[in-house]
Design a protein around this ligand. Structure first.
Ligand code: ZN
Ligand code: ZN
Length: 326
């Protein structure tokens, strides 16, 4: 049930202020159509609208698009057209590789019609068949573990290395372009959003950057925000979560749950909430302090991710779950 706000109440909430974004988090300026397209290496290009990013490979047999973010939408083809015109190559998108099934990274797929060869993990196909979204036709070409896409003499190595942000999220390696694309894990220059980037498997999410670093590459496409990443960006992301986990271990070891459960008595959930919130607050504070000015929006989302990591460490890893021995 919802209730109307009292008469005279403002419909605009008071919005908090946050720390300035460090200049290192920003990428190149957008054009007047709201996108930027740039060369990564040779015939591999990336395109961003400042919040989302995708990439494409121009070949003699057509263009291979890597993700089709909804917000870039029609600007994907504009970016391809611009690059194709400048280089005298085909502007026809013939292949579309999906990093994972999420609509924000995939829903411009429908703009490319029926004849594009869509490639994705078998789970991406299964999920998209189930969602039946006309903007996201299910990929016809699928794989379970590994797949080498070869188009016009170029190769793209696709691999599923376990669940992380999503069950179907894959590693897209372009060994001849020194590039790795792993979407929704490391967001170069920025902290992840809510709840460890809404990861369905938080231990898998924590392990994924190490798998990313096991590949040889110099350029990283994280699927988000306005710039490409480096190996140092991946290491900073790992350090952020390692620091968060360590801070959580300390908070779990030092916050005494007794007063919270004493206070709320039979309302067990109120006791749990007050205790977990207190652990989260204590664990998040030094992380916000350390990373403000280092990773953009550390003060915006660290508390949310800390809460999710507290629960994952308790439930997945068993940290701070004492067993009753009687
Ligand atoms: Zn996603
Ligand atoms: Zn995303």
């Amino acid at each position: 049930m919802t209730t109307a706000p009292p008469a005279g109440a403002s419909s605009t909430p008071t919005l908090p202020d946050f720390a300035p974004i460090p200049p290192s988090a920003f990428g190149p300026a957008l054009n007047d159509q709201g996108f930027y397209v740039g060369r990564i290496e040779r015939n591999l290009y990336w395109v961003t609208d400042g919040v989302y990013a995708s990439a494409f490979l121009t070949t003699t047999d057509g263009v291979v698009l890597l993700d089709a973010p909804a917000s870039i939408g029609g600007n994907l083809q504009r970016a391809v057209d611009q690059v194709a015109a400048e280089n005298g190559v085909s502007h026809e998108v013939t292949h579309l590789v999906h990093s994972h099934h999420h609509a924000d990274h995939a829903a411009a797929s429908g703009l490319f019609g029926r004849d594009v060869v869509r490639i994705g993990h078998a789970e991406t196909r299964r999920l998209l068949l189930g969602y039946d979204d006309p903007d996201r036709p299910a990929p016809e070409v699928t794989f379970d573990d590994r797949y080498t896409l070869q188009v016009g003499g170029e190769r793209v190595e696709l691999a599923w290395r376990g669940t992380n942000h999503a069950a179907d999220n894959i590693y897209i390696h372009l060994p001849d372009h020194d590039t790795l694309m792993l979407v929704d894990v490391v967001l170069p220059g920025w902290v992840p959003i809510y709840n460890v980037n809404v990861a369905t498997d938080i231990p898998g999410f924590i392990d994924a950057p190490g798998i990313a670093l096991s590949y040889p590459w110099r350029h990283y496409i994280g699927g988000h925000l306005g710039r490409l990443g480096t190996r140092d960006d991946v290491v900073t992301h790992q350090q952020y979560f390692a620091d968060m986990a360590e801070s959580i271990r300390i908070a779990i070891a030092t916050v005494d749950p007794t007063p919270f459960f004493m206070k709320y008595g039979q309302n067990a959930w109120a006791g749990v909430k007050a205790y977990i919130d207190s652990v989260t607050e204590q664990a998040a504070a030094p992380i916000v302090q350390k990373y403000t000015g280092v990773l953009a929006a550390a003060d915006v989302y660290t508390a949310s991710s800390t809460l999710a990591l507290v629960e994952s460490m308790r439930l997945d890893l068993g940290v701070g779950i004492p067993v009753l021995h009687t």
